[in-house]
Design a protein around this ligand. Structure first.
Ligand code: IDP
Ligand code: MG
Length: 142
């Protein structure tokens, strides 16, 4: 059976500022995925803390929330077959220095915090994350 998944993608502040949003989105579309919504926003602390709640106790949490709220990001919903895994693979490892050549993080990431993109890590977290950023009305059927 063809399983259509959705994933939340965030293009992080440096990549937006450096004009890399369109290139990143185009790479994700080339995976055969459809973009169902896209918007530019500045995350506030409450949203960043909710989105990264799983990392609350990590030593990098404060720095991560400060970074993600420091400037505008682009949030997008992508849908398609195996969307979650395809996007994670195209992103590369969390640390750009360890990411495989040709991945988004290898090409555009600056360091382990400023690593260009976020992509949901499972179908369950994708749906939770999407609901933090988008209302149903903002998302096209995929
Ligand atoms: P992921 O984004 O590849 O799923 P996670 O472990 O879920 O990686 O971490 C969430 C985000 O927190 C990362 O994308 C990165 O921005 C930041 N981060 C993760 N690990 C570290 C670290 O060791 N130092 C600083 N920031 C980190
Ligand atoms: Mg993660």
């Amino acid at each position: 059976m063809l399983e259509i998944e959705r994933s939340l993608v965030l293009i992080k502040p440096d990549a937006v500022r450096n004009g890399q949003s369109d290139e990143i989105i185009s790479r994700l579309k080339k995976l055969g995925l459809k973009m169902a919504a896209r918007k530019t926003l500045r995350m506030d602390r409450a949203l960043a803390e909710k989105h990264y709640a799983v990392h609350k106790e990590k030593p990098f949490f404060k720095e991560l929330v400060e970074y993600m709220t420091s400037a505008p990001i682009v949030a997008a919903v992508f849908g398609g077959e195996k969307a979650v895994a395809k996007i994670r693979q195209a992103m590369g490892a969390t640390d750009p220095a360890k990411a495989e050549a040709g991945t988004i993080r290898a090409d555009f990431g600056l360091n382990v915090t400023r690593n260009a993109v976020h992509g949901s890590d499972s179908v369950e977290t994708a749906e939770k994350e999407i609901s933090l950023f988008f209302t149903g009305d903002e998302i096209a059927a995929t």
